[in-house]
Design a protein around this ligand. Sequence first.
Ligand code: NAD
Ligand code: TYD
Length: 362
Amino acid sequence: MPNKFASKSENMENKKKILITGGAGFIGSHVVRLFVTKYPHYHIYNLDKLTYAGNLENLKDIEGHKHYEFIKGDITDAPFIQRLFEETRPDAVIHLAAESHVDRSIKDPLSFINTNIIGTVNLLNAAKAIWEPEMDKHLFYHISTDEVYGSLDHGGFFLETTPYDPQSPYSASKASSDHFVRAWRNTYKIPIMISNCSNNYGPYQFPEKLIPLCINNIKNNKPLPIYGKGENVRDWLYVVDHARAIDLIFHQGKIGETYNIGGFNEWKNIDIVQLLCRIMDQKLGRAEGTSEKLITFVKDRAGHDLRYAIDAHKIMNELGWQPSLQFEEGLEKTVDWYLANESWLQNVTSGNYQKYYEEQYK
Ligand code: NAD
Ligand code: TYD
């Protein structure tokens, strides 16, 4: 398949310029690292507002690369975004910037509407303005979530053709942004692609999400809050495998298409937390069963989706993508990373996070 972004040029004038949004966040930092290290013929711009979830520590190892540039900015600021596109003239956009945590969306839906919907439309407008009339030389790749498809009962999978049925303010805002991206293709002929991925885990995930929150709490002998009965099911993928899928789709995906990404790896929340307890007892030299005692069932999340499960046959069959890690192996690597990066964890859990945590789990 022809790859319009792979023509190599070491000459800065001819380098393809890729704007990655949200590159200081969890998944974005893995995508930026992969693109900066793997594609020296690209110039990578990382646009990020550095909210509580964005952290330049996540990219310390690549910050000095000569074909990498960080830009601090807010995608909800339309005049700024317009100016940025005029000045940098990116050839392609990989859009990850978002408010991403369901519990926060329940408390403050408007900030999700602003960033996830208005922010996305600002980027689409700015891209359209500089890419016309040569739209087909460009690409707007939008990163989305399986949560747009709603909640599954005990059977079935989400396919690319599954009708949208978002149930939380977060998933409603992501579903809306997906619709706007498709509308800009239909109406203004912007070349777009969308991928919808299942739950990610791995290094650099902010410890408000289930897995890093439990790792942090086990380490500190704090209660492990399980919503409801812990029967909800999520389909987990190691973040590096998501970044590899994004790379593949960006280079070999078909314009206008949607790709679901997931590793056929469904787990009940309670089973994951018990597995984490066993791994961490071993790593911390604690007697077996010590950490499980920290499990605490708490009030369920409002409108808690029962089950997500991705059918990833399309990306596997059409693009040859496969996850590289088994879940137990990925979880162990993740625990090792958090234990080895204590100062990262301390930095991100100080300050405002403390207030959020006390409020959420009071
Ligand atoms: P994250 O919360 O860790 O990072 C989001 C990043 O976006 C942060 O660096 C933040 O500073 C930045 N950002 C937020 N608002 C901004 C704004 N107004 N302007 C510029 N930058 C802003 O999120 P993540 O988990 O890395 O998710 C990245 C993307 O992948 C999101 O679009 C999310 O919906 C999607 N996604 C996430 C998962 C998952 O399991 N985490 C799964 C599927 C899809
Ligand atoms: P989360 O990591 O917030 O991801 P998402 O809501 O996007 O799937 O939550 C994963 C699952 O874990 C979800 O079913 C909610 C549950 N959960 C808890 O039981 N306790 C917690 O403290 C958190 C943050 C999540």
